[in-house]
Design a protein around this ligand. Structure first.
Ligand code: FAD
Length: 461
């Protein structure tokens, strides 16, 4: 074992949490190394956000084209897979370029913590030791595996589902969360007969029913069979199909398909060789690491960010925490403030939420005024033939300060940032209503929802 070098900041894991943390740390003048056991860019770049959004966008293009031309689903899917891989490679190359340009040392291998200031990096049996003053743990997560749904062969996790060589004829998706809905709808657009099984009463649990409804209508129009209120019991692999056994209304049922996709949640990578127990760093019963408002763990010079910490497992949450942790190490007073983390589902139509919803505010007895407007008569939405959906803004009834917003409709993923900014800077609905929005644009629906809230406030004052 050779003594490699010592750094001020060692970042373990190069997903959107780790690579952003390493960049910020280096930009702030600290000698920084990042270690990655698999591929630079992590889950998001290789088997998460980027490939899924590439395939989803391609499925929409195919869906439009097939209405006007005689396009071949198999060839279109093959092109979509090639296109996806090209984007993934570009994005991973971008991460590498950014890290190198910022002077971050990139180490390939698996990091194990041996004491509070030392890690061993193992690459195919060759070991090197690295000492660090500070560490940022950003080791991410992997799909949960249950004995009843053994991933392999025709039983897929999201990772395999993103790389199928051809369009399946039929697919059963276990779990109607955002990953199940996004991938299920993507395959349905390419012509797969999709069934989604969800334990709760609606797919996309966590979103208000009126928000999820336009997505559900479109899923039904795409030919997706949604079975809700059902408990998946086991998946059996047959010679060239799978059979999912499930319980609904206390009765046994089964459904057979070419593949099963298991999307029942993810598990933090805090076990295995990382060595948390060795350095005395505890994890919760779910395997998460507890942190303070600067992302600091119980060991003050070790920080944890992203999917291994509490909160939504999302790339932008991981990156945000990465910046905070690096700034805290540099001695800045930066602290996390989670009131404006956007949640987006890249369904058709898209769904996005930031801050509190009307239902959440009511459950917490927080007084609100709610402004609403629809895409139905918006000029841009009409021109795009995308008139489904609406914008909801939740605000304080006295000051009008925006505390939450939800959008279902075209480009909800992009539009939500205006409302996130409003929450972040403490803007009120009048600020949004009086901001001149260009015409004709989808953003005018936000302005009109804000005007609706202002009118309600005036009537009630
Ligand atoms: P990860 O991206 O998981 O990266 C962790 C890295 O650490 C990995 O590369 C791993 O190899 C490495 N590592 C682990 N242990 C070690 C070790 N001991 N030594 C060295 N390296 C190690 N989020 C969104 O915000 N928007 C989306 O649209 C979205 N879509 C998704 C779609 C799918 C199908 C999936 C699965 C996820 C999606 N996510 C999305 C979630 C997002 O990918 C994760 O929240 C995000 O990647 C978490 O970032 P992270 O930095 O915490 O970890």
């Amino acid at each position: 074992m050779n003594k490699f070098e010592s750094v001020e900041t060692l970042v373990i894991g190069s997903g959107p949490g780790g690579y952003v943390a390493a960049l910020r740390s280096s930009q702030l003048g600290m000698k920084t190394a990042i270690v990655e056991r698999s591929q630079l860019g992590g889950v998001c770049t290789h088997v998460g956000c980027i490939p899924s959004k590439a395939l989803i966008a391609e499925s929409h293009r195919y869906d439009v084209l097939r209405q006007f031309n005689n396009v071949d689903a198999a060839a279109s899917f093959k092109n979509a897979q090639d296109f996806k891989q090209g984007i993934v490679n570009k994005q991973a190359g971008g991460v590498s370029y950014l890290l190198k340009s910022a002077g971050v040392s990139i180490l390939e291998g698996e990091a194990s913590l041996v004491d509070e200031h030392t890690a061993i990096i193992n690459q195919s049996g060759a070991e090197q030791t690295l000492s660090f003053k500070y560490a940022i743990l950003a080791t991410g997560s992997r799909p949960i595996e249950l004995q009843a749904f053994p991933v392999g062969g025709r039983i897929l996790s999201s990772t395999e589902a993103l790389s199928l060589p051809e369009v399946p004829t039929s697919l059963v998706v276990i779990g109607g969360g955002y990953i199940g809905v996004e991938l299920g709808q993507m395959y349905a657009k390419f012509g797969t007969k999709v069934t989604i099984l969800e334990g709760g009463e609606q797919v996309l649990p966590g979103f208000e029913t009126e928000l999820a409804a336009p997505v559900v209508w479109q899923m039904l129009a795409d030919g997706i069979n949604i079975i809700s209120g059902a408990t998946a019991e086991k998946v059996v692999q047959n010679a060239d199909s799978i059979t999912l056994h499930y319980l609904k209304n206390q009765e046994q049922h089964h459904v057979t398909a070419e593949y099963a996709l298991v999307t029942i949640g993810r598990k933090p990578n805090t076990d295995g060789k990382l060595g948390l127990a060795r350095i005395g760093l505890p994890v919760t019963s779910r395997g998460l690491i507890e942190t303070d408002e600067q992302c600091r763990t119980a060991i003050p010079h070790i920080f944890a960010i992203g999917d291994i910490t509490a909160g939504p497992a999302l790339a932008h949450k991981a990156s945000y925490e990465g910046k905070i942790a690096a700034e805290a190490i540099a001695g800045h007073a930066s602290e996390v403030d989670y009131k404006a983390i956007p949640l987006v589902v890249f369904s058709n139509p898209e769904l996005a939420s930031v801050g509190l919803s009307e239902t959440e505010a009511k459950a917490k007895s927080i007084p609100i005024v709610m402004g609403k407007s629809t895409f139905a008569i918006n000029g841009r939405a009409l021109a795009l033939r995308e008139t489904e959906g609406f914008v909801k803004i939740v605000a304080n009834p006295t000051s009008g300060i925006v505390i939450g917003a939800q959008i279902v409709g075209v480009e909800a993923s992009t539009l939500i940032s205006e409302l996130g900014l409003a929450i972040e800077i403490g803007a009120n609905v009048e600020d949004l209503a009086m901001t001149i929005h260009p015409h004709p644009t989808l953003g005018e629906v936000i302005m009109e929802a804000a005007e609706n809230a202002v009118r309600k406030m005036m009537m009630e004052s």
